[in-house]
Design a protein around this ligand. Structure first.
Ligand SMILES: [Zn+2]
Ligand SMILES: [Zn+2]
Length: 261
């Protein structure tokens, strides 16, 4: 049996003009699904002389994939030939514009993913990306939303903390940071993240946390300085989240431009 985990890996800002949000990748048997799709598509993309097109997708939102969201249980509103979108367009967020559809076969004891398809590239063959068969109980457990107390950076979606700082402050109602006694630095983006946001205390949703971070804490003059963002090592990459950032700076009025359609 294959093992599924859902992992928030990045963040897309203002995709298609709607509100910004987190993105989720599927980790299957310990490997990124986005990365497996990229590998599978690369020979075709090279043949089309557009190697960058391979794996040019983003994951779905936490609201869509974590329970009670139900896209991964065939409950999504968009489908194609009875298949559900599991990756979508980095330019506009619409899976019909550019995306990967898969047939999700939900049985009493198993869930099988297969028949992957990019509807705009019918000649791309995903046989190398074999069907995945999950045990139903494990699958449903993987769809549980991240629990309170587990760090997720509201700036970039990373789950890695670099170090924790504890400070003494004197309360000042004009300074949101004056009530932050503990914060974690995010290892990836380097921002100091107030612990109550990073760990989503008081049942804050991911979106609440994002909104509070952006509106109150990030731009405050009193915010502790960022740590330098670590340099990437040769060959290392941070996954498809970088594409989402690229999408952010691309002209959103012409999403097709990004994927070269
Ligand atoms: Zn698009
Ligand atoms: Zn971060």
């Amino acid at each position: 049996m294959d093992i599924l985990q859902l992992k928030i890996y990045g963040f897309a800002e203002d995709l298609g003009g709607s509100s910004d949000g987190f993105l989720v990748d599927y980790i299957i048997n310990g490997r990124s699904f986005l990365e497996m799709v990229r590998e599978t598509e690369l020979p075709y993309a090279i043949k089309n002389q557009k190697p960058d097109l391979a794996g040019q997708y983003i994951g779905l939102s936490p609201e869509e994939v974590f329970l009670p969201g139900n896209v991964l249980l065939n409950g999504g509103v968009i489908e194609w030939d009875g298949k559900n979108p599991i990756l979508t367009c980095p330019g506009c967020g619409s899976s019909l514009c550019w995306g990967i559809f898969a047939r999700l076969d939900i049985q009493e004891n198993t869930v099988t993913w297969g028949e992957y398809e990019n509807i705009h590239r019918p000649e791309w063959n995903y046989k190398k990306l074999r069907p995945f068969v999950f045990e139903k109980q494990q699958y449903l457990a993987a769809l549980q939303p991240p629990v309170q107390g587990i760090f997720i950076c509201p700036e970039c979606g990373s789950d890695k903390q670099a170090l924790t700082a504890m400070v003494e402050t004197s309360p000042n109602e004009n300074d949101p940071w004056s009530s932050v006694l503990q914060y974690d630095y995010c290892e990836r983006c380097g921002y100091p993240i107030p612990m109550h946001l990073g760990e989503r205390w008081d049942a804050l949703s991911l979106q609440d946390v994002r909104n509070e971070w952006v509106s109150l804490y990030r731009s405050a003059k009193t915010r502790p300085r960022k740590l330098p963002r670590p340099k990437r090592l040769p060959g290392e990459h941070w996954g498809a989240d970088l594409m989402a950032w690229k999408a952010k700076v691309a002209d959103s009025s012409d999403p097709g431009r990004l994927v070269g359609r």
